[in-house]
Ligand binder design. Sequence first.
Ligand SMILES: Cc1cc2nc3c(=O)[nH]c(=O)nc-3n(C[C@H](O)[C@H](O)[C@H](O)COP(=O)(O)O)c2cc1C
Length: 131
Amino acid sequence: MESAARGLCQGKFEDIRIHDVSRVHLSYLIRDIWKYKAIIFASPTYDAHLFPPMAHLLHMLDLKGLKNRIAGIIGTYGWSGGGLKYIREFVEKNNWELLEPIVEANFTPNEEDLQKCYELGLNCSQNLLMR
Ligand SMILES: Cc1cc2nc3c(=O)[nH]c(=O)nc-3n(C[C@H](O)[C@H](O)[C@H](O)COP(=O)(O)O)c2cc1C
């Protein structure tokens, strides 16, 4: 997330919030997602699905049916993968605009993965500033 945030700042977009879904109450997460136009989701794969607090957040967002958002996706996995596709399904189901690149890292992100996260942040800021 820090690399994506650096990309956003480099693109001159500095009104950024970073939340850890395992530590921040759902009400604060939803409040900020409601307020902001672009959201970058990052989650590890957990039992061939998403990290549970992230799965819960997406379920709650699904119920709210928020429209007109831009989304980036960063996913990590250890062996089978699988988490990322649930974020993608959520984004597509809700007709949110999907930003490139979609980043998928095996275990801890390496330099190349972090560069892609940076590009994702940069693309996100350029997209936002064109509106
Ligand atoms: C409880 C648990 C379940 C996991 N389940 C999966 C899984 O089903 N498939 C998979 O590819 N990786 C799985 N992983 C691996 C994590 O996705 C991987 O450790 C994480 O994406 C990378 O973060 P790390 O480098 O901090 O461990 C699991 C990890 C834990 C702790």
